[in-house]
Design a protein around this ligand. Sequence first.
Ligand code: SF4
Length: 364
Amino acid sequence: MELIENFRRKSIVKILLRKIEESLLKNQTYKIMEICGTHTVSISRFGIRSLLPKDIQLISGPGCPVCVTSQGEIDSIFSLINQKDLIIAVYGDLMRVPGSDGKSLLDYRGMGADIVVVNSVLDIIKLAKSTDKNIVFVSIGFETTTPQTAYLILESQRLGLSNLSVLLFNKTMPEVISLILKDKNLKIDGFLCPGHVTTVTGVDIYTPMIKNNKAAVVTGFEPVDILQSILTIVEQVNSNNFSIVNNYKRVASGEKNEKALSMIEKVFCLSDADWRGIGTIKGSGLRIREEFEEYDASKKFDITFPKYTDKYGCRCGDVLKGYITPKECKMFGDVCTPENPFGPCMVSNEGTCAAYYQFGGEIE
Ligand code: SF4
C-alpha cells in the first residue's frame, strides 16, 4: 500500500509535470501512444491528459483484449448457447459485449443459458471437476494472460479432464506493433509499452520501435510511472536518440519469462487473427496445437467463425487504431454508454470509450 501511495504522491507528480514542461522544445509536438488498455484507464482515471501541456498528445492504441476481439469471434461464442449440457465460462469483461443480434451473454444468461463468470483458470478446473457437463472456456487476452490458458490445458491433460475445452481468441503484440509502425496516418514519436506484457515477453519485442526511431518505454500503471515515462520519451525525442528504457523494473526484469513462454510454445502455435476494426493480421493470433486438439472447442463443437463484420456506426476500429478519440464517434455518450453499450470499446473495463466516458478524456 505504501508503495502504491509513493507512485501516486502529489509532490512527485508536480515535480515530474514541471520537468516535462521544462523539457519541451518550441514548435515541437510529441505524439505518444499507450498501447495497452490498462494504461488508457489509468491515464483517464488520474486525469493525466488534462494535466499535460497541450503539445503532448496521448493516443490510445489497440491493447484492450475485449475490444479487439472481432465481431465474428464474439458471434461464434453465441453459437454454443443452444448446445445441450454445456457451460460457457468467461471472464467478466465479456459478459456485456453485444453479439450481432444486439444481445449479450448477460442477456442470454437472463434467459436461462448456462454461462458462468470465472476469476481464474483454477476456478475453471474446479468447475470441470464438479460436473459431467462440458465446460468451454472463452480465452481472450495478450501475452500476459496466455500462459494461464496454456496452463489450463496442460493441467486438464494431467488431471484427465475430458469435459473441458478452450475457445481461443488470444492475440499477440509484436505483429500489431509492426502494423502501427507502418501506419503513415499515425506518426507516433514514442510508446508507453505495457509493463505486464513485458513480464512475460521481455523488452526485445520493442526493438522494432527504436529501429523506426521511436521511443519505447516500459511503463507501470500509476501516475508517477506514466509521467516518468512521458518525460523519458520527451527527452529521447529531443535528442533524436532512441533506446528501450525499462521504467517498470520493480515488476518487469526486462528478461523473457522462459517458463511462461515454454508453456505457450508447447500448447499453441502462431496463426492469423481477426482484429476488430483492423482486419486480419498475419501471425498475430494463436491456435491450439494438434497434440492438444481434444481441448480445442472449435474442433470439439465444430464451431464456424462468421467473417468479421463490424457493427455499422460503431467506430471502435478507428479508436483502436488511434485515428480518432471516442468523442469523435457520433454514438459516444448518447446512443452508446456503459449502461447501454453499442460497441465493445464501451463495454470493457479497459475499453477506451468506457474510460473516456467514466473519467473524461481530453482537454476540451
Ligand atoms: S462510442 Fe460506442 S459506438 Fe462509438 S466507437 Fe466507442 S464503442 Fe463504438
